[in-house]
Design a protein around this ligand. Structure first.
Ligand code: PRP
Ligand code: ZN
Length: 283
C-alpha cells in the first residue's frame, strides 16, 4: 500500500483529483474523509492542508505527496522531488501599491512586508542585502497594504487578478512554482514498485494531454507533402484506399497545431478529416 498526501481543497485539488481519476485510481468519499483507500489499486489518499504535506512526507506518515513547489521550498523538509507535474503554475512575487514608483529592490529597505512564505522571502532579502521587516500572516496577505498593516506583500501570483483587485503591482518575481510530487527518502521496494506504476499511469495521461488523433483521405501523390505537416509519434500511418489514387493518413498532432495546418491540408486535397480525442498515450 502506498499512501499519497494530497491537498484537501485549494489550488491543487481539482487537477490532482483529475490526474488520479485519469490514472484509473478510484477514490470516493474524499474531502470530508481524511484517509480514503482506492478501490482498484494499492493506494490510499490522505487529504491534508497543503502546508502540512512536506512534513508528513518527510516523517513517513505519507509515502508521497502532491504539493506546490512553493510550499515544499518554504518548509525545507527532508524529502525528494520525484516529478514535476506541470500544472498549478504560479510565481512567488513581491508586490507594492500600484500608486508607488518603484526604483528597484532597494525600495524594500526598512519596509514591512506581509507574507505566508517568510523563509523564501528572507533568503531573497538576504541575498539582495535588503533589511526589511517580515510579517508572517496566514491568509488574505493581499489586503495588508490597504489596511496599513504592511508596505508590500510577498505572495503567490497566478492570473494576477488578486493583485489587480487590491490595487497592487508585481515588482519582483522571486520564484516560479508548479505542482510537484515529493517522496519520503526511505521507501520500501514494494512501495517503490507501486510508485513506478503510478508514475507510468500519470505519464500516459500527461502525454495524451493536448494531443489529438487525426485521420484523413488524401490523393496518394500528396502523401509526402502531407507527412511533412504531420510529425506524428514516429511517422504517420499511411494506407491505400480502394479508390485508386487515394490514401488514408493517420497521425497524432498537438491540438494547437491542428488549427495552423488545417488550411494547408485542405490545399493539398485532404478530405474527410477526422479529429478524435486521445485518452492515454504510451510512448
Ligand atoms: C493565492 C494568493 C492569492 C491568489 C493569487 O491564494 O494568496 O490570493 O492565490 O492568484 P491570482 O493571481 O490568480 O489572483 P490561494 O488561492 O493559493 O489560497 P491560500 O492563500 O489560502 O493558499
Ligand atoms: Zn496555503
Amino acid at each position: 500500500m502506498l499512501r499519497i498526501a494530497v491537498q484537501s481543497k485549494g489550488r491543487l485539488f481539482e487537477e490532482t483529483s483529475t490526474m488520479l481519476a485519469e490514472s484509473s485510481i478510484k477514490v470516493d468519499g474524499g474531502k470530508r474523509t481524511l484517509l480514503v483507500k482506492a478501490k482498484n489499486f494499492p493506494v490510499e489518499i490522505l487529504y491534508l492542508r497543503d502546508d502540512d504535506i512536506p512534513q508528513v512526507v518527510a516523517a513517513g506518515i505519507a509515502d508521497v505527496g502532491i504539493v506546490g513547489e512553493n510550499e515544499f521550498e518554504e518548509k525545507g523538509e527532508d524529502a525528494v522531488i520525484i516529478k514535476r507535474l506541470d500544472f498549478s503554475k504560479c510565481r512567488l512575487s513581491l508586490a507594492i501599491p500600484e500608486s508607488i514608483d518603484y526604483p528597484g529592490v532597494q525600495w524594500f529597505n526598512g519596509k514591512k512586508i506581509a507574507t505566508s512564505y517568510p523563509n523564501i522571502l528572507k533568503r531573497f532579502l538576504d541575498k539582495n542585502n535588503i533589511k526589511a521587516e517580515i510579517h508572517e500572516i496566514m491568509g488574505s496577505v493581499e489586503v495588508a497594504p490597504g489596511i496599513g498593516f504592511a508596505d508590500g506583500i510577498f505572495d503567490i501570483v497566478s492570473s494576477g487578478s488578486t493583485l489587480v483587485s487590491n490595487k497592487l503591482r508585481e515588482v519582483e518575481v522571486v520564484m516560479k512554482s508548479e505542482a510537484i510530487m515529493i517522496a519520503n527518502k526511505n521507501l520500501s521496494t514494494e512501495k517503490k514498485e507501486i510508485l513506478d506504476e503510478l508514475l507510468f499511469r500519470f505519464d500516459s495521461y500527461k502525454n495524451a494531454e493536448g494531443k489529438k488523433y487525426i485521420m484523413m483521405n488524401i490523393p496518394t501523390n500528396q502523401i509526402e507533402a502531407v507527412c511533412k505537416l504531420l510529425p506524428g509519434m514516429k511517422s504517420p500511418t499511411v494506407t491505400e484506399l480502394a479508390t485508386p489514387g487515394w490514401s488514408s493518413v493517420q497521425s497524432v498532432i498537438a491540438e494547437d497545431s491542428f488549427w495552423e495546418i488545417i488550411n494547408q491540408l485542405k490545399a493539398l486535397g485532404a478530405e474527410g478529416i477526422l479529429v478524435v480525442p486521445i485518452e492515454k498515450m504510451i510512448l
